[in-house]
Design a binder for this molecule. Structure first.
Ligand code: PEP
Ligand code: MN
Length: 338
């Protein structure tokens, strides 16, 4: 980090900052310019927050960060890309991995039908919400444990590992008992006590980007998981809030490319929540693949018009099969309309 002293800083003020930088565990490199003095805080194991606080010290003009605040998720620390193994499916290993399934698990029939069909179309993992974060408390909240059992049964039958959301710290054990990968939803990206608890697991975590989170905040949320001991983390861009109202969110493709540049973790795209519109899911899936996404999270429902959540953005079964063909995925069998 660099501390820029103001042009009127006194020799005592400059000496004080040099002392503080050393106390915080860094070396101080001082450059005396013609107009002002600039002091670099050099080192990797110092107390960064205390250097940032020097903004408030007398004689300081500004404190500039020159390195990223995240460490373990950073590519500076680890050049080799992380491959996350979800019960045998490798995310980040070069193949575009497709996770498909309904927004919510609504019934055994609905989930089984979807599971068989997405498997036939070539999906490698299955999704389905058991605990739903809904904007309104009056909307369908999910079937809870019953949904977890249905998901497990669908996994036994199809061989597809399961991804499902865990909304609260108190549900971590039960969700981890049934799911192959635990999703942290966009609204919970900065639920730090949930992240700390998930960090104690070895189960892979799918960490969605918050709708108003910067890429830095997203990577720092992932840092909580790695710092706590769980390095099986996959990032997922799911659209952010912008001034645009024609789409539900704005799928931030540049954030996918940037996250891959800054971090060694795999990055997925969720074009379903990212757009909110079924017709935009295929083109944005291809766009995400083109900018380097390691996979896609796609909502699929046997009858989107009857879906209890997110019907307008869900593909139907033939629509998903068609997209998989367009993505160059070989369908196992022909999928027909229900
Ligand atoms: C979901 O995946 O169904 C979901 C609720 O996603 P998000 O947290 O991105 O809104
Ligand atoms: Mn949804």
């Amino acid at each position: 980090m660099i501390v820029n002293m103001s042009t009127s800083a006194t020799a005592e003020e400059i000496d004080h900052i040099i002392e503080r930088i050393k106390e915080c565990g860094y070396q101080a490199h001082v450059i005396h310019g013609t107009e002002r003095t600039v002091i670099g805080a050099v080192g990797s194991n110092g107390r960064r927050a205390e250097i940032e606080a020097l903004r408030a010290a007398p004689g300081v003009q500004e404190v500039i960060q020159i390195t990223h605040p995240f460490k373990l998720v950073s590519r500076q620390l680890r050049q080799r890309r992380t491959v996350v193994d979800v019960s045998g499916v490798k995310i980040g290993g070069g193949d575009l991995i497709v996770i498909a399934g309904p927004c919510s698990v609504e019934s055994r029939e609905q989930l089984m039908e979807t599971a068989r069909s997405v498997k036939a179309s070539g999906a490698q993992l299955m999704r389905g919400g058991a605990y739903k974060p809904r904007t309104s408390p009056y909307d369908f909240q999910g079937l809870g444990v019953e949904a977890l059992r249905i998901l497990r049964d669908a996994s036994e039958e199809t061989g597809l590992p399961i991804v499902t959301e865990v909304m609260s710290e108190t549900d971590v054990e039960i969700v981890a008992e049934y799911a192959d990968m635990l999703q942290v939803g966009a609204r919970n990206m900065q639920n730090f006590s949930l992240l700390r608890k998930l960090a104690t697991l070895t189960r892979p975590i799918l960490l969605k980007r918050g709708p108003s989170a910067t890429v830095k905040e997203w990577l720092l949320a992932a840092e909580y998981l790695l710092a706590g001991g769980n390095s099986n983390v996959v990032l997922c861009e799911r659209g952010i809030k912008t001034f645009e109202t024609a789409t539900r969110n704005t799928l931030d493709l540049s954030a996918i490319a940037l996250a891959k540049e800054l971090s060694h973790l795999p990055v997925l795209a969720d074009p379903s929540h990212g757009t909110g519109l079924r017709s935009l899911v295929p083109p944005m899936s291809k766009a995400a693949a083109a900018v380097g996404a390691d996979g896609l999270l796609i909502e699929v429902h046997p009858c989107p018009e009857r879906a209890l959540s997110d019907g307008p953005q869900s593909l139907d079964l033939p629509g998903f099969a068609e997209l998989m063909k367009e993505l160059g995925k070989q369908p196992l069998i022909e999928v027909r309309a229900a």
